[in-house]
Every structure is written in C-alpha cells, then in structure tokens.
Ligand binder design. Structure first.
Ligand code: CA
Length: 225
C-alpha cells in the first residue's frame, strides 16, 4: 500500500515516513501543493491514501483536495490540520476528506485513522435493502422479488422502503402516514390501506408468500424470518 504524504514541514515528513515504513507502507512525499496535485494527476493510480496538510505552500491543501475530487471521488484522504484551522477542517470534510487528524498527533492515533479509513474505503457501499426475497436497490430505485422485477410508483416505493427498514415491526397507520406522506393527512383517511393493498398486489404474485401482514387494530408488519 502506497501513501502520498503532502506536507511541507520536514520534521513531520520524516516522522511520518519512518513510522509508516516501519508499519510496511510505502510512501511518496510532496512538499508543496502543486507537487501534490501534479503527483495526483500523473500517478493517481499508484496511491491508496493521501495524508494532506492543509497549510501547504504554492497551492493550499483544500485546493489539492478539490482538484483531486474532480477526478477521483474514492481515493481516501486524511487531512492533517492544526487546531487553529477549525473552519478549514470543516471545509475539508465538505470537499470530501474522509477523516482528519489534528496536529500535534501521536503516530498511534494516525495509524488507527489510516487503518479505519482504508477499511471503510474497501467496503462495498451498501445500496441495497434485503428482506426475505425482496430486494430494493436504493441507487437505481429498482425493486425485485426473487428474480422478478417489480415496478413501483414513488409512494409505493417509499412505503416498501419504510417496511424494509423496519422488518417485523408493527407500523401504525399514523406512523406510515407521517413517514411516507410527510404531511398531516387526516388519520381517518384510508389512503394507507389503499396503498398497502396496491403494494401487496405487486409483491405477492402467485405462489409467493405474503410478506405484509395486517395486525388488527395496530397497523401492518413486514414479516422476516
Ligand atoms: Ca504546513
């Protein structure tokens, strides 16, 4: 694993290079912002993580980060920042830094942040809700039951997503109204029952186990084993 250290303080650079090497990481150093941006545009693919000082000469760390994020959204970046730079720290996170470490920091703390950041970056982002053989792809907004694709209207989607985020919970009509319709419908209105019946028709095709049960006097429940 190769880490780019973008830092202009030679004492910090030497401390980081030695420590990271001892932990088995290989490193490259950029001692100003332009050099960091140049390395990240010409050799982006060789780096697995960037340690980025915000106070860099020639180009600020925030500029380096925003340029990097225009080209690569995924390369993990840990910002190294002084205590006085709180606003910059916030800006850094907004620009897409994965984490930050405040100077002065211990090597053990930095190492823990590096490991956590790399671990988080290597996890596939969960974009699916799965309950029994129901599957919602939250990115593409496509629903499946087993191998069958289910086309849902936006309210039906919101209703099914609510059930799938709370499997086995009894959801009252009032709660469903508040979360799916978001404004004060008259609780006497039977719109929830109507939409639950639409949803059931779509997900309960022939031979499939009914998954949304009516709980008398209480609401509805999505059954998960
Ligand atoms: Ca600096």
């Amino acid at each position: 694993m190769r880490i780019l250290i973008a830092e202009d303080d030679p004492a910090i650079v030497s401390f980081l290079v030695k420590g990271l090497k001892a932990e088995g990481y290989s490193t490259a150093v950029a001692s100003d912002g332009l050099e960091a941006s140049h390395l990240l545009s010409s050799n982006l693919e060789v780096f697995d993580l960037v340690l980025l000082d915000l106070g860099l000469p020639r180009q600020s760390g925030l500029d380096v980060l925003s340029r990097l994020r225009q080209r690569d959204a995924a390369l993990p970046v840990i910002v190294l920042t002084a205590r006085a730079e709180v606003a910059d720290k916030v800006r850094g996170l907004e620009l897409g830094a994965n984490d930050y470490v405040t100077k002065p920091f211990s090597f053990a703390e930095l190492l823990a942040r590096i490991r956590a950041t790399v671990r988080a970056a290597s996890q596939p982002t969960t974009n699916e809700l799965v309950v029994e053989d129901l599957r919602l792809d939250l990115f593409t907004k496509v629903a499946w039951r087993g191998e069958r694709r289910i086309d849902l209207a936006p309210r039906e989607w919101a209703l099914l997503e609510l059930f799938m985020r709370h499997p086995n919970h009894v959801l009252s009509r009032t709660r469903i109204l508040n979360e799916v319709w978001e404004y004060g419908f008259d609780p006497g209105n039977n719109i929830v029952d109507v939409y639950v019946s639409y949803l059931r028709k779509k997900i309960n095709f022939e031979g499939a186990t009914p998954l949304i049960l009516t709980v008398r006097g209480a609401g509805y429940r999505l059954v998960a084993s």
